[in-house]
Ligand binder design. Structure first.
Ligand SMILES: [Zn+2]
Length: 431
């Protein structure tokens, strides 16, 4: 089966490509780029991408798919449906399922459920410690052999520096990056939003920026000593961005990601006590948001990841103090990145593709993805950066509705998502 994506504008930062070319796909692989003078195969199905950006498939490095154990919030199938509607061809679920993904059997189960759904690729992230309780290291080698691409205790920090040091040495032996949820709980425990003027005014307990920064600095020091690769999840503070910038200058193997909500909203969004503004790390003040934007601009921040964290409406309907942390994000990420970053001139489309595809593939050592080079897996995200649309929680493909971006108007969307050469999503399906 051949598919020709014709008349599109190809952006592939890994190959230095940023111009018009046709893309020929056969049997799930990219076969060739064709220029105007190259012969077109007569037997290929044609996808007309006139006026559209053709990019290597987007890889979301940080999602929570809730299966196994909390299928009332999300399943791997419903999460993958939301992913492809947002332009993501691959998603990497965190291990804080029930039970925790701390062994090869659960890693394999997740991959099997994804294969049944046949929408997005699922590359699980295994736990650093057994049950993610921060004490005993999990069997990283077995999880890697089963398909895990990284390890993390996300949702929780690894509180003990000695255990984190051993985890880094162990992960390094298996060439696995550690995805680091940086939060010193002796500072943040009990907090429900960013600690600052707004938390004081609202009478809510704050989580200081320092809680993230102290842990980030500790783990950067450990990464320097052990030589292992750490990837700081959902960086949200000025001090953490600065610490990563310094570490990169020093040649320490550290990368990091930002979520769309952290480059869009500040803690002022909490003023209405909407529990869909409650997440960890919390929405920060203007000063931190500016530092995050600066980190996106100068390349300190490598990737955009959603931290898609679905919760049932009944759970989020509690008062602010008691509601769970997290918001959905798979379907709004690209719209937010276009609105807040591309159309404001903070980054261009090449850098957007780099942050959503090239860099995630590099960080997770996926040489066949994150590029459109001939021979690569045919995962493709087709984008209309000028398409105007409105996001509605009621239309979400996720099982959960906990997004603060209901009724947001966006300029920019994925109009088609192709996974392994199959068109698994097209905008027409939404209409
Ligand atoms: Zn986290």
């Amino acid at each position: 089966m051949k598919l020709l994506i014709s008349n599109g504008h190809l952006i592939d930062p890994a190959e230095g490509q940023n111009s018009g070319k046709d893309l020929l796909i056969e049997d799930g692989k990219i076969i060739a780029w064709l220029g105007p003078n190259d012969g077109k195969p007569g037997d290929a199905e044609v996808f007309d991408a006139s006026g559209l950006i053709v990019a290597p498939g987007f890889i979301d490095m940080h999602v929570h798919l809730r299966e196994p154990g909390q299928e009332h919030k999300e399943t791997i199938a419903s999460g993958c449906a939301a992913a492809v509607a947002g332009g993501w061809t691959s998603v990497c679920p965190m291990p804080n399922t029930d039970p925790v993904n701390d062994n090869a059997a659960i890693t394999r189960y997740m991959i099997e459920q994804a294969a049944k759904a046949a929408l997005a690729n699922v590359f699980p992230i295994g736990a650093i410690t057994k049950s993610s309780d921060g004490s005993e290291l999990a069997e990283m080698g077995e999880m890697k052999a089963a398909g895990a691409v990284a390890v993390s205790d996300d949702g929780r920090p690894v509180p003990n520096a000695g255990i984190m040091r051993r985890a880094m040495q162990y992960a390094h032996d298996f060439d696995l990056p550690i995805i680091d949820h940086c939060e010193d709980r002796s500072l943040s425990s009990g907090g429900v939003m960013h600690e600052g003027k707004v938390s004081l005014l609202l009478g809510l307990k704050g989580m200081p920026a320092l809680a993230e920064e102290i842990d980030a600095v500790r783990d950067i020091m450990l990464a320097k000593e052990t030589g292992s690769h750490i990837h700081i999840a959902h960086v949200s503070t000025k001090g953490a961005v600065e610490a990563v910038r310094r570490a990169k200058h020093e040649g320490i193997n550290v990368t990091c990601e930002v979520t769309p909500h952290h480059f869009t909203l500040t803690d002022r969004a909490v003023e209405g006590y909407d529990t869909n503004t409650k997440m960890s790390p919390p929405l920060r003040s203007e000063e931190h948001l500016s530092a995050v934007i600066e980190g996106i601009k100068d390349g300190t921040i490598d990737a955009i990841a959603t931290d898609h964290a679905p919760h049932h409406a009944d759970e989020k309907a509690l008062e602010y103090d008691r509601a769970p942390f997290g918001i959905t994000g798979l379907e709004t990420a690209l719209g937010l990145a276009c609105n807040e970053l591309v159309h404001r001139g903070i980054i261009d489309l090449v850098r957007l593709v780099e942050m959503c595809s090239t860099n995630p593939a590099r960080i997770f050592r996926m040489p066949e993805r994150g590029t459109l080079a001939p021979g690569s897996v045919a995962d493709v995200t087709i984008i209309d950066p000028n398409l105007k649309w409105t996001y509605r929680n009621a239309d979400s493909r996720s099982k959960s509705r906990n997004s603060p971006f209901d009724s947001y108007e966006f300029t920019g969307a994925a109009v088609a998502t192709i996974v392994g050469g199959q068109v698994v999503y097209r905008t027409e399906a939404r209409a």
